[in-house]
Ligand binder design. Structure first.
Ligand code: ADP
Length: 498
């Protein structure tokens, strides 16, 4: 159930391969496994156990037993302490987790280290919330005493994507566990490894068996078994809008489990004539090329006001020549490979569409090297609103740039896709910034920056970018249900009153 793996730094470690159910490593009941591919060289790293429906059943049974049993006796303070301990253990193992993440996902070591640090921070942050969840006393009329309790929902199914494997693990586990739920979490089939390594820390942190169950498996089998499971009370998903729709339908068709969704985006990054152009170029670069463009809130639509358009495009092109594309284990690398052959093919097909639709390729537009899923950072200019590359989420290192004139025009264009995850405005004029923060329909709006996420700040989508908010205090409510208790103290009919 373990394999000895050597990372490119020469580190040897024991990679768990099993399903982590009821605090133990178990084999998949139907005996299936799937291969995990290294996106840098397209070679098989190892094979992990593949959960199917019977394994999801077993994980749900363990989570249910923990929820009704031992976990319900743990005080909020002790829940918090276990989470703090888990965060500490993640930090103690940061170098191992970083290397596993880079190996499996292809993101560079610095980025992976930042992700793990932030994942640990997120678990600690929610550990701090565990004993600060209270109900209210609500006065209605004399002779009554009314109060509310915020209770956990129960067994939560959580389905995460491959772009930030450890970070999404933490964003999901944090608020669910702080509020007293139990979990069956399925990682993405492209990137199961870091979550399994992190699962080895769960027992050490002191969590009772069955509170956090981590399974590897495919979307159409294990993922579908979670979203349709009658024993799961809530499903939380991060991934594509198409899969989010399927999950919501299956939740509706089964037991109407509660649903939160963090989905795709096509976020506008808007740069005004008066912006500090060099800063705007840096933020635009980070906005789209960070994590190889595999970010749901990526600033993939860049709109530049006409007065600085040409200068911006020239400087942006120049800036991205400094984005070193290559081996994620090389410290100078900014951009590693895309995560899989499938993603590589999808992105290349969008690039071909952009060319065919008549957008100008300023740079890139082709694969990098001949091994691994590398794509050159690509900039399209003169992109019109109706083009596929301006409307659809590409999820790769592809920026689409267009020109605009006025605040009114850009507010309309900015809102011109079905998505509403994020937006950014670069300007020195506070009025312009505030007008647009009002008008843009997006869950997060950055002013003079991009991708400034923090676990204390709520994050989520307007429109087809999602339902509910992750992170911050807001995410707690995804995992709580309010119980109202109304007590008649006087023994008389309170409807009549005095
Ligand atoms: P991508 O197409 O980039 O792989 P998805 O949104 O399909 O993105 O995948 C994100 C997560 O959703 C993964 O964990 C995947 O296994 C899971 N998933 C995919 N399809 C389904 C499905 N039909 N039901 C439940 N989960 C699914």
């Amino acid at each position: 159930m373990f394999a000895t793996i050597k990372t490119p730094t020469g580190r040897e470690y024991e990679q768990p391969l099993g399903l982590f159910i009821n605090g133990e490593w178990v084999a998949a009941k139907e005996g299936q496994t799937f291969e995990v591919i290294n996106p840098t060289n397209e070679e098989v790293i190892t094979s992990v156990q593949e959960a199917t429906e019977p394994d999801v059943d077993a994980a749900v049974a363990a989570a249910r037993a923990a929820f009704e049993g031992e976990w319900s006796d743990v005080t909020p303070t002790n829940r918090g302490k276990m989470m703090m301990k888990l965060a500490e253990l993640m930090e103690e193992n940061i170098e191992l987790l970083t290397e596993v993440e880079s190996l499996d996902n292809g993101k560079n070591l610095n980025q992976a280290r930042f992700d793990i640090q932030s994942a640990a921070g997120c678990i600690r942050y929610y550990g701090g919330w565990a004993d600060k969840i209270h109900g209210k006393v609500i006065d209605t009329q004399p002779g009554t005493f009314n109060f509310t309790k915020s209770e956990p929902i129960g067994v939560c199914g959580q389905i995460i994507p491959w772009n930030f494997p450890m970070l999404m693990w933490a964003w999901k586990i944090g608020p669910a566990i702080a509020t007293g739920n139990t979990i069956v979490l399925k990682t993405a089939e492209q990137t199961p490894l870091s979550a399994l390594v992190a699962a080895t820390l769960i027992n050490k942190a002191g969590f009772p068996k069955g509170v956090i169950n981590i399974i590897s498996g495919l979307g159409k089998t294990a993922g579908a078994a979670i979203s349709s499971h009658m024993g799961i009370d809530k499903v939380a998903f991060t991934g594509s809008t198409a899969t989010g729709r399927t999950i919501m339908k299956s939740a509706a068709d089964s037991n109407l489990k509660k649903v939160t969704l963090e989905l795709g985006g096509k976020s506008p990054n808007i740069i005004f004539n008066d912006a500090d152009i060099d800063h705007a170029v840096d933020w635009a670069n980070l906005g789209i090329f960070f994590n190889h463009g595999q970010t749901c809130c990526a600033g993939s639509r860049i709109y530049v006001q006409e007065g600085i358009y040409d200068e911006f495009v020239a400087k942006f092109k120049e800036r991205i020549t400094k984005n070193v594309v290559g081996d994620p284990f090389d410290n100078s690398t900014f951009q590693g490979p895309q995560v899989s052959q499938l993603q590589f093919d999808r992105i290349m097909s969008y690039i071909e569409h952009g060319k065919a639709e008549g957008a100008t390729v300023e740079c890139g537009g082709e694969r990098h090297g001949d091994k691994g899923y590398f794509i050159k950072p690509t900039i399209f200019s003169n992109v019109t609103m109706d083009m596929k590359i301006m409307q659809e989420e590409i999820f790769g290192p592809v920026a689409s740039i267009a020109k605009f004139k006025t605040v009114e025009e850009i507010a309309k264009i900015g809102n011109g896709t079905p998505y509403g995850l994020a937006a950014a405005v670069h300007t020195k004029d506070l009025n312009t910034a505030l007008q647009l923060t009002d008008k843009l329909k997006a869950g997060t709006i950055w002013v003079n920056c991009y991708n400034m996420l923090h676990y204390a700040l709520p994050f989520g989508g307007f429109k087809e970018s999602g339902i509910g908010r992750e992170l911050g205090k807001e995410a707690l409510s995804n995992y709580l249900q309010v119980k109202t208790v109304a007590i008649n103290m006087g023994g008389h009919n309170v409807f009549i009153g005095k």
